[in-house]
Design a protein around this ligand. Sequence first.
Ligand code: B12
Ligand code: SF4
Length: 492
Amino acid sequence: MNILLINPPEDNLIKNFAYDDGSQCLDSPDFGQFPPLGILYIASYLEKFAPEHKVYLLDCVSEKISYDALREKLKEIKPDLAGISSFSVALVDIVKVAQLIKEINPDAHICMGGHHTMVFPKEALELKNIDSIILGDGEKAFCLLAKALAGAKPVEEITGVYTKSSITKKIDGAGSKNVLLYDLDLVPAYTDNLDELPFPARKLLSHLEFFSTIGISKKFTTIVSSRGCPYHCTFCDVPHKKYRARSIKNIVDEIEDCIKQGYEEFHFYDDMFNITADRIIEFANEVLSRKLKFTWDFRGRVNTITKESLAIAKKSGLSMVSFGVETGTDEGLKYIKKETNIALIRNAFKICNDLKIKTVADYMLGFQFEKTKEDIRKSIDFCISLKPTYAVFGVLTLFPKTPVYYEAVEKKLIDPQRWADFCKNPTKDFYLDYWEEFFTRKELLDMQQEAFERFFLRPGYILKSIFALRTLDELKIKIRGFIRLVKGKFKI
Ligand code: B12
Ligand code: SF4
């Protein structure tokens, strides 16, 4: 069979943080260009365990493949089985891609996997051209799906794979508790031992340059050392995923393999990287003992940060940590069940600043407990007082199936039917919900813009950033990011 794994174009992406006229102060490309690790993992699994099939991979985003170009590529590939990666905000394009595939091969089997299916499994299967979905980790389940289809065997028995008929049986069994958010007893496909998975097939996209706006090199890639997260922050839907971690040896083996391919900068994109300080120490020791030279960073939590672990991590190449700070008071942090506090946050940033490790403060504005502009401004003051190298200010977005989303539905602040309609018939005019009890959308976006301006346009900050530049690549990447950010005083 010809198997195609595809990340759809983003022509019709539902933009978050956008004003009514479409302008926005933060967009996905502002963060950089990242490899689609999910489908790269599935590709390498297929190569190893289903070599009888021919595997194609198209990342329409980083390869900048237009719909016209995609049509031509699909004619060449003629996929018998297509696996589409899904973010809810990309649903319009997912539907378009599925339609295009069926136009070219009406008999092709289309399977959807990734984030949207986890949140809206039933709705995903109600889409016209979607034949199956996979919940959880795609590698093994998709491989078994391919083998079953090739042998004309039923696919419903495969853990994590659902079809219209198999999901309907489940729904009828469970009864519909809610028009939109079915809490069904659907078993996802989880790989408990992540070390079993072959490393992502980065070579399939080796002709592309990936980069992060806050990175320093173009020999850059992302990597995940674990999946899922055991915490339960109320705004996040990752807790739906079971936490599993790879062995340190397996992670460093992957890095060694990547270094041989020319990579020299690694950003750990785990949901939860620094589960304990000891894990960082163990990782750093392994890197040092193998005498590997590269820079790395991770997205992490403040509560497991220690001076000892970061000092050794720095020796092994750690250059930056992105912390989910979120908000600036103990009461607020407790409300969102972050399980951190102001003292821990200050401690983590102080340790990084003392050790000269760069930091990112990931921050959100517009929480339920921010009732006046002064409340938000105080929160921004706290963020600036941490002296992070970078700050990213988002507006609290009410993602479906999160506790904060249910809270807003309960208070009748948002209408869940909007999501139900969007999932059935996605259109580009859809928008993501914010907590609009005390502010309008426009006011929240204005506050976000104010936060960016206050943080990034401080003259002292600009000067310090220029003097901190280390490489030509870094200079180029930063100039590109800066131009995007200052266009129209941050609105783009
Ligand atoms: C890198 C990243 C991005 C990059 C994406 C680049 C890329 N090419 O992948 C950028 C910066 C563009 C991005 C943007 C956004 N992101 Co993002 N991102 C991530 C991050 C940090 C890592 C993704 C990753 O590589 N994971 C590792 C791989 C191995 O896992 P995976 O992608 O989930 O893939 C597995 C399964 O999902 C499944 N699978 C995936 N695709 C497919 C396809 C098929 C056919 C099958 C069968 C299975 C399958 O199998 C894979 C292997 O097991 C995740 C957090 C995380 N740790 O996952 C957040 C995360 C995915 N992002 C998130 C969000 C909310 C967004 C935005 C909507 C943010 C916003 N603007 O508000 C946008 C949407 C962008 C878009 N294009 O639609 C949420 C998702 C929540 C949700 N329910 O959608 C996450 C979980 C972060 C979080 N905690 O909030 N993001
Ligand atoms: S925000 Fe981070 S720590 Fe909190 S549940 Fe989500 S992934 Fe885990």
